[in-house]
Design a binder for this molecule. Structure first.
Ligand SMILES: NC(=O)C1=CN([C@@H]2O[C@H](COP(=O)(O)OP(=O)(O)OC[C@H]3O[C@@H](n4cnc5c(N)ncnc54)[C@H](O)[C@@H]3O)[C@@H](O)[C@H]2O)[C@H](O)CC1
Ligand SMILES: [K+]
Length: 506
């Protein structure tokens, strides 16, 4: 799915009314119907539920008025609260006129704020994507009132006070919704860590907006769902051979951290690599040969750390990082690797390989194009050399880093963000908090290494598929064992099923 800016969303509204020859009021009615149906699904059959609909002066408020009317028709008794304003949108005024007299409709003031008890439902239709600045005065007071209440808050389109695609001061008055109902597409703001407390659970409600317009709109950000990945992972042809899926080299592990090498190796094999050779320190030889008999072991002459780079000739892809440690001799291996890997061989760097890049910054200039890096936010901060001011700044840093180094960078977290050399950022949709556990990143590295070794996949497709399948494996594992009980080894077991879901045409 594409993530449109607030300005693009307005243009999409217009394109839709023109292409479908409908009025904007009719489009508003569609949006309201989608909200009402969602609410009815949640509410039924509790007609006694106390419902308060808070409406602002624009079209978000218009949506709220239409929902109030529809809930009334369905047998509920919503109360409407209006924010006083000098100007109202035309569609707001239209829906205000349509409001049945039986619905109690009152104007809000600092002295007239309704009690909102636990069990009550609040519909936040104060402001939507038309918000231009941070809320102050009465709107901010109303938002505070909603946030202090014990009621369940459902936001229409976006929590009021939250900007859809731009940073705002940390002290901004923003509704803390339990659920957010977004029309047709999600908004960039939903995917940023800082906003999780405002957005709550979010749902996209399709309202039939103009698909050709969406198709033809150039965007900076994508939300990666199964539909976006359809057709990107081909089924294996009957006559394919090990060469098709590539021979990968994994440099991983140090004394006490061989588990990282084992997990990455297992994930690489489950990711479908043709052949896998593992370079570990000498101490890892027996461990690897026992735990991962499918792989070949190429032990380093040193016992506790990787100190020498093997001959790279046989390999289609090289992965380096999990559990390596940050010895100076290992940094030297990274330096040689960057010199020798060339631009045709795929490269995946993770964990300590990234930390070494952070401490040996001259190496950053040696990254071959299309290198795939997989930092978590702290590692990313070390890579760019300065902390991010906020989530949007971090995204800017990600874009700048990927452009400068012509690389792909997987910034790990909830909604893992993949930065690409040409600018677009792809936010992943799969995964769960159970995956915040030791070894989870090592599994991702192994899986990505396998997909980068696969000769059929572009660097972008390999990265998108790997990140998505890793999260999906986590979701399948959590369904089996629950989130707290999930360990990285479980992810390995579910890579196969996760990839199978993506194979061929969806
Ligand atoms: N996306 C769709 O396809 C559809 C969206 N709908 C709904 O329309 C809103 C956007 O409506 P719009 O009228 O453009 O803006 P708002 O309702 O968010 O509010 C504009 C209103 O508020 C004033 N204002 C802006 N910022 C502030 C501020 N900081 N303080 C005070 N007042 C402010 C501004 O001057 C205007 O008067 C979208 O979110 C959906 O809910 C359609 O109904 C259906 C299709
Ligand atoms: K809202």
């Amino acid at each position: 799915m594409k993530l449109l800016t607030a300005a693009q969303t307005r243009a999409l509204d217009q394109a839709t009314t023109q292409a479908q020859r409908i009025s904007s009021v009719e489009l508003m009615e569609r949006a309201a119907t989608a909200c009402t149906n969602w609410l009815l699904d949640q509410l039924q059959p509790a007609f006694s539920t106390e419902i308060h609909v808070f409406c602002g002066p624009g079209n978000d408020g218009g949506d709220g008025l239409a929902v109030a009317r529809q809930l009334h028709t369905a047998g509920y008794a919503p109360q409407v609260w209006l924010l006083p304003a000098e100007k109202h949108s035309a569609d707001f005024l239209h829906n205000q006129q349509q409001l049945p007299e039986a619905i109690r409709c009152q104007e809000l003031s600092a002295r007239r704020l309704p009690p909102l008890p636990a069990g009550a439902l609040v519909l936040d239709a104060l402001f939507g994507t038309g918000l231009t600045r941070t809320l102050e005065g009465l709107p901010a007071t109303v938002v505070k009132h909603l946030n202090q209440s014990a009621a369940t808050v459902v936001a229409v389109d976006i929590p009021s006070g939250l900007l859809a695609d731009a940073p705002q001061p940390a002290s901004s008055a923003i509704v803390r919704a339990h659920h957010t109902l977004s029309f047709e597409l999600p908004k960039l703001a939903f995917l940023l860590p800082r906003n999780a407390e405002f957005v709550g659970e979010w749902t996209v409600l399709p309202i039939g907006l103009d698909q050709p317009f969406i198709h033809n709109t150039t965007v900076d950000n994508y939300f990666v769902d199964a539909a976006l990945l359809a057709g990107r992972l081909p089924q294996r042809a009957r006559f394919s051979h090990k060469g098709t899926f590539g021979h990968a080299l994994l440099l991983a592990g140090s004394y006490g951290k061989l588990g990282a090498a084992v997990l990455a190796a297992q994930a690489c094999l489950r990711g479908g690599v043709g052949l896998l050779t593992i370079r570990t320190p000498g101490v890892g030889y027996t461990i690897l040969q026992t735990a991962v008999p499918e792989a070949m072991a190429l032990p380093d002459p040193a016992s506790d750390f990787v100190t020498e780079l093997p001959e790279l000739h046989p390999y289609a892809a090289v992965g380096m990082g999990p559990g390596l440690g940050q010895e100076e001799s290992t940094a030297e291996v990274l330096r040689l690797l960057l010199q020798q890997v060339g631009s045709r061989r795929a490269l995946v760097l993770d964990a300590d390989a990234l930390n070494l890049l952070g401490t040996h910054r001259e190496l950053l200039q040696k990254l071959p194009p299309n290198t795939l890096l997989t930092p978590h936010p702290k590692e990313f901060e070390r890579l760019v050399g300065e902390p991010a001011l906020d989530d949007y700044h971090r995204l800017d840093q990600l874009r700048a880093f990927c452009r400068e180094h012509r690389c792909y960078c997987v910034l790990k977290g909830a909604y893992t963000a993949l930065g690409t050399p040409d600018g677009p950022v792809y936010f992943n949709s799969t995964g769960n908090p159970g995956m915040a556990t030791g070894g989870s990143g090592d599994v991702l590295t192994g899986l990505l290494l396998a997909l980068r070794a696969d000769q059929r996949l572009s660097p972008l497709d390999a990265a998108l598929l790997g990140v998505y399948a890793h999260g999906r494996a986590g979701d399948l594992a959590a369904a089996e064992s629950g989130e707290p009980g999930l360990i990285a080894g479980d992810l390995v077991r579910f890579i196969g099923p996760a990839l199978r879901e993506l194979e061929g045409d969806l």
